[in-house]
Design a protein around this ligand. Structure first.
Ligand SMILES: [Zn+2]
Length: 546
């Protein structure tokens, strides 16, 4: 029996289909958007309300062994934010309790994302050898279609191939790694820098200082993996966390990385953390966003800092060591065999702290000086710059100049000299631009043709907001959320927990790679080649056609 629903009379913002605030019906049948439905189909009254596609988060940390280490590091968050099982009606997935805080448990992550109107989320950093763990967590994360990016760029086999000039084999290796881990995209974190730190070399200076262990430069890593992603025709290009995250003056290496890849499709992530002038602390947002504005092949997500508690979780181990030393907060460092690392430090971003205020201002500068919302999309690098629960407050800062300026008067101004934000940025995002940076844009950058829009054939992921003069309140409490055709939020309450789908790719590669990989595993890895690393993913290829 087909399940049908007609959402009647809402004001629709569907920028991918050129619809900016038109009153029209949205028809749903069997989990998809349809052009029409027969008379008599069940209806949902959305008159006077705002209708958008479900939110798409291009960069989050919600389902990985790193997140689990963070949960173990933060027991105080569990008691401070218990999350009882919600009173679900007839969900396919039974209701489960959990805990919240900056790194919620799996079920609570699914419920809270859905409660905000988000229905698709990617974990941005999974060590390939730990991919099995991420699949297990995603299996327990309801209401979200989700996938993850596989960490590359500091892994031993790849570095060996680059050192040997074997870039085609490096590409085949990337394809094999994506397919055998069930990942969606290639993620680079601090190219070469993590391996340098692990092997006792000081921080790499720029793109052309080679790893002492391999003779490979960050530039070669960036080029190899960017070309690999593009040659493999992956739906999402390489996803890059640049060198020198969080360090004053890092704008130079960020710009150099963008220039190194000029003309090639690439996504640079949490760019706020890579837009610091130097040698002291200052904003470097303007040259970065001007470069992005002028280069259509590039896209970024912002990585906004929001004031309040956060937990930094990254494969960039050396950054976390410095953060631990400078903040005095507790710290975990994890080495991941032959592949990467992971560091975790909890943080509190205070508006009276000069560096936090600068980071907050830089993120807003990137947003407000962006000329193309399709290529400059929303993220807080959850939970690094703040929880995803702060997205509504961030949307309000972008849409309401008076709220933004009031907050600007409250923050520590010590490092804000020369900030474009202080000079006054009048721009206010429109609802359509918000629909782009939170849905249509991320979906397009991820190559998800069935997500981020409400045209016929799209997945029936829909969020309905009741209009409210308080923009943050409006985005924090959608009236209705529909996930794959299932009404999961009704009247602002989570009512059903639909199961999510896994999003992954299986690119092709030359089988000649395999004997070499097997020799490598036999010689160096404690994991057997046959068991590397996951198999428990549904054999359901990614739907890439509309
Ligand atoms: Zn991240």
């Amino acid at each position: 029996m087909s399940t049908r629903l007609r959402i009647v009379g809402g004001t629709v913002h569907d920028p991918a289909n050129g619809i900016d605030g038109e009153v029209r019906d949205i028809c749903i049948e069997d989990g998809r958007i349809r052009a029409s439905l027969p008379d008599g189909a069940p209806t949902l009254d959305a008159r006077g309300m705002i209708v958008m596609p479900g939110g798409v988060d291009i960069h989050s940390h919600l389902a990985s062994s790193s997140c689990n280490h963070a949960r173990r590091l933060l027991p105080e968050e569990h008691s401070a934010d218990p999350a009882p099982a919600p009173p679900l009606l007839d969900g396919v997935v039974p209701a489960r309790s959990g805990t919240g805080g900056t790194v919620p448990t799996t079920f609570t992550s699914g419920y809270r994302y859905a409660g905000l109107g988000y229905t698709t989320v990617f974990d941005a950093a999974v060590a390939p050898v730990m991919a099995r763990h991420s699949h297990a967590e995603l299996e327990d994360t309801p209401c979200l279609d989700a996938g993850f990016f596989a960490l590359m760029g500091n892994d031993e086999y790849l570095l060996r191939q680059i050192a040997a000039g074997e870039r085609e084999r490096a590409r085949d290796y990337a394809a094999w790694l994506l397919g055998s881990t069930g990942a969606y995209a290639i993620k680079i974190v601090n190219p070469g820098g993590v391996e340098a730190w692990k092997s006792g070399q000081r921080n790499l200076n720029g793109l052309d200082e080679a790893l002492a262990t391999h003779g490979v430069t960050p530039r070669a890593i960036l080029e190899t993996l960017t070309d690999a992603a593009n040659q493999l025709g992956l739906p999402h290009p390489v996803h890059i966390h640049c060198n020198n995250l969080g360090l004053p003056g890092n704008v130079a290496v960020t710009l150099a990385s963008m220039q190194a890849l000029a003309g090639r499709r690439a996504h640079f992530t949490h760019v706020q953390f890579h837009s610091y002038g130097g040698p002291g602390w200052s904003s470097g947002a303007v040259p970065i966003i001007e470069y992005v504005n002028a280069h259509a092949e590039l896209s970024i997500d912002v990585g906004q800092v929001m004031f309040g508690p956060a937990t930094t979780i990254t494969a960039d181990g050396p950054v976390e060591y410095l953060l631990h030393k400078s903040s005095g907060r507790k710290w975990v460092n994890i080495d991941i065999e032959l592949e990467t690392g992971c560091g975790i430090v909890p943080l509190l971003y205070k508006d009276k702290a000069a560096v936090s205020a600068l980071q907050w201002a830089i993120g807003l500068e990137l947003f407000l000086l962006s000329r193309d919302p399709w290529r400059v999309v929303l993220s807080t690098d959850h939970p690094n710059g703040g929880s995803f629960l702060s997205y509504p407050a961030l949307i309000q800062l972008l849409m309401d100049r008076s709220v933004r300026e009031e907050k600007l008067r409250q923050v520590n101004p010590k490092l804000l000299a020369g900030s474009a934000l202080v000079d006054g940025l009048a721009r206010e995002y429109t609802l359509n631009e918000i629909a782009i940076i939170t849905r249509a844009g991320p979906a397009r950058l991820l190559g998800l043709r069935q997500k981020g829009h409400l045209g016929a054939g799209a997945d029936a992921d829909v969020t309905v907001y009741a209009k409210d003069a308080d923009i943050a309140q409006m985005f924090a409490t959608p009236r209705y959320v529909i996930k794959g055709g299932t009404l999961v939020v009704e009247e602002g309450q989570l009512r059903r927990a639909a199961a999510g789908r896994r999003l992954y790719v299986r690119p092709g590669y030359d089988d000649a790679l395999l004997p070499d990989l097997r020799r490598y595993f036999d010689a160096y890895s404690t994991v057997s080649f046959e068991n590397y690393p996951v198999s428990e993913i549904p054999d359901d290829p990614l739907p890439l056609s509309p």
